[in-house]
Design a protein around this ligand. Sequence first.
Ligand code: NDP
Length: 469
Amino acid sequence: DKAAIGLIGLGTMGSALALNIADNGYKIAVTNRTVSRVAEFTRDAGDLAKNLVGCDDIASFVASLETPRAIILMVPAGQAFDDQIEALKPFLDQGDTIIDAGNTNFHDTRRRDAALAAEGFRFIGMGVSGGEEGARFGPSIMVGGPVESFTPIEPIIMAIAAKYQGDPCAAHLGPDGAGHFVKTVHNGIEYADMQLIAEVWGILRDGQGKSAAEAGALFDRWNEGDLKSYLVEITGKALGSVDAETGKAMVDIILDRAGQKGTGRWTVIEALGLGQSASTIEAAVGARSWSAVKDVREAGAEILKVTPEGGASVSEEDLAEALLAARILAYAQGFDILTAASETYKWDLDMARVAEIWRAGCIIRSALLDDISAAFRGDMPKGRLILAPAFAKRLIAGSAALRRVVASAAMNGQPTPAFSAALAYFDTMRQARGTTDLVQAQRDFFGAHGFERVDQPGAHHGPWAMNPK
Ligand code: NDP
């Protein structure tokens, strides 16, 4: 009998996903560019090998699938993906479905969705979060594409997804690029949360002289409370880990230079394109770029010597409260991008459902998400999470600590780009009358752009205008 589904790309994620599918009782055909990997994979699969059909070439792979076929591609996004589609297409029939489970830019997904539909194929762009372990034992899955393309594979996707109290963390979120876009913003929020946590580590290490083990114990404790989340949990474990070679704390011998694969940056680019600013996410993406110029920072440590005035150090309670408040603001900015994109691309995203499918399986899973989905299902002034009663209350409660953390860090010369951005956003959104009155005056002064008045309708110019338009 034939396989229910196929998968191409037996790398880290593809292998784990294939085993997950096999583990859920579905027969799955697999193949890989480097053919030797196929035999190795099926050999190491143990009992699950009975549900695996290892194929050494595309022709036998396609022939081993039930029709209409459903084929998951788990290869690097970009050219590799397009090449793989081209290699696959000659063997496919009309109505077969190609599923992109990689971290693809949603613009590519929209393009491919249109191109493949025109050729009679079905296409699904599916964001998968949770790393290798998630893929193997239950990821969060964000699906985009025609709903009729998703329906045939829905039982498999629901079976392999993470479960939150029995509810599968997978959903069809909208057409074309909706799934990949939501995954992108998920990763943007992930960047922000990671950066906020790293800034707390900086304050503990450089401001308070705490060891990695001490800081790790603090994160372990925090993970028992409101901050409970996967990222806080692994932070505690990572800080508590020791390097086998040197006996030193692992984190202390890791070079402070990070890479980025694109999704965080895409979030920021798309936010700006949509007229939004996810400033906390921007700060996190920027911090990774700054981390890359290690040589400049080393020179700066010599050349830009200052002795900050100093200021009161903050308590552990303040750090915890500030982290929670800033995390809420980062999520809120992420959801604002989703709201703007949903309107622009006519996706009709169900934000409550997005929050729900992030409650398990994915990297940003946290105790907050249940409350976020409840907020989206409840009364939310202006559609903004920060104005939802439950979150407004938490932000008000946490804002004093957030302020103390940012102020203390500034006075002590410690960079907190993400915390600072979160606080600035919070304070800006509390300001009914901002300072863009002056920006408007400047624009009218040099460019005769005109401005609106608070007391009269219509467009106006200031007394400086030489040639009012
Ligand atoms: P790996 O590098 O582990 O695996 C890549 C796979 O793609 C291999 O099977 C490789 O085959 C194949 N491949 C590479 N180039 C080509 C090509 N030009 N043509 C055909 N096949 C090719 O990557 P991952 O499994 O980590 O990532 C796969 C996708 O999943 C990416 O889009 C990634 O961003 C995304 N992702 C990764 C996560 C993670 O935590 N790692 C989490 C969520 C998404 P070969 O064996 O021949 O090299």
